[in-house]
Write a protein that binds this ligand. Structure first.
Ligand code: ATP
Ligand code: MG
Length: 342
């Protein structure tokens, strides 16, 4: 997708994007810790590199950056910190090579832990620099939590991927993550649509119990004004996050994903696209212990097949072309790749 940069004055009220990015960006989030965001970021990145795309993986977990482990990078020489603290001028200055020539990496820093809200100007600066990176695709491991930084980055991505698993707490955290993402988008819409802003403020003043429920707000808007309701509905429908269910132990746990999609549709009034699942598999833990990407270690396994299916879905919806059509082809390319990772 190519989004032409616009100045603030040119932004149309309905088709507004939260910020302006002209790259394919997949953000991996989930709310809860340990759901598999980093494992998936690394293996999706490698998979897309093998499909032939130029990929940059960014470890944006400012708390515990550990994506480098899966990329066979022992101690990253440069990190995101160096850019954010102006040690280097360009984001491209902190790019690190990985064993695959199509795959580059930007390591997360640790000095900025606890900065829950980066300034607007800083976020704009990061976006400007991301736009300048030479890549077909950027994949960002956002780390756990629902801080505004994480949610805002998720909102500006061309594809927001939520990773959950069958644990109730994982689903709850993913739900609250999405709720916060919607809330941040609503706040943004108040900045570009005056009529909507008036309606929003009236709703907050008259329903001042501190609980913001989207279905109730929709009902209020419908009574307030058809036009405002329609604009808001269209604005919200542009938000189409995707869901991956990880660590499934039984086939029937797939239903948890469907249940989650229905829950979000009912209470948050948005459509989440459930694009695939990854089975719980000890081989993933074993690969993690050996700091190794599982698709490289186990190319022909069922988990590698799960990943291929997710990649194919994402590729069809988000990217234009790749030459790897079957799992057999993918497996053989992965096998050839093994020698570069040992
Ligand atoms: N499908 C799976 N089967 C078995 N183990 C898995 C699976 N997916 C991930 N794991 C294991 O779960 C643990 C957490 O994974 P990972 O580090 O990717 O989670 P995370 O969401 O990035 O966590 P954090 O929020 O702390 O950054 C790792 O030990 C990993 O090997
Ligand atoms: Mg992680």
């Amino acid at each position: 997708m190519h989004i032409t940069p616009q100045t603030k004055a040119e932004v149309k009220p309905i088709a507004v994007k939260p910020e302006i990015l002209n790259k394919n960006i997949w953000s991996i989030a989930g709310g809860k810790g340990g759901t598999g965001k980093t494992v998936l970021s690394a293996n999706l990145g490698i998979g897309m590199a093998i499909f032939g795309y130029k990929v940059i993986l960014i470890d944006a977990d400012l708390g515990v950056p550990n994506l480098h482990n899966y990329l066979r990078v022992k101690r990253p020489k440069t990190t995101l910190d160096d850019f954010l603290t102006k040690k280097v001028r360009f984001l491209s200055d902190v790019i690190i090579d990985t064993p695959h020539k199509n795959l580059k990496f930007i390591s997360g820093g640790t000095n900025l832990v606890g900065i829950a809200n980066l300034h607007y100007a800083k976020k704009q600066q990061i976006i400007r620099h991301i736009n300048k990176l030479e890549a077909d695709l950027i994949i960002v491991d956002l780390g756990a939590g629902i801080s505004n930084n994480t949610v805002d980055f998720f909102n500006i991505s061309t594809c927001g991927l939520v990773i959950s698993n069958p644990e109730p707490s994982a689903n709850q955290d993913a739900y609250f993550f999405l709720k916060n993402a919607i809330y941040r988008r609503i706040k943004l819409f108040t900045k570009v649509n005056e009529e909507f802003k008036k309606a929003f403020n009236i709703y907050i003043d008259t329903n001042g119990n501190g609980v913001f429920e989207i279905p109730k707000f929709f009902n209020f808007l419908q009574e307030y004004s058809n036009n405002v309701y329609r604009d808001f509905d269209q604005f919200l429908s542009e938000f189409q996050p995707r869901l991956i269910m990880n660590k499934l132990r039984k086939s029937k746990q797939k239903h948890d994903g469907i249940w989650f999609v229905n829950l979000v549709r009912t209470f948050l009034q948005i459509d989440v696209n459930f694009i695939g699942e990854l089975r719980y598999d000890k081989r993933i833990i074993k690969s993690s212990e050996n700091v190794f990407p599982f698709i490289i270690r186990y190319p022909g396994s069922s988990i590698s097949k799960n990943l291929f299916s997710i990649l194919t879905d994402l590729n069809t919806t988000d990217m234009k072309y790749h030459s790897v059509r079957t799992f057999r082809q993918f497996k053989s390319l992965l096998k050839k790749e093994q020698k570069n990772w040992n």
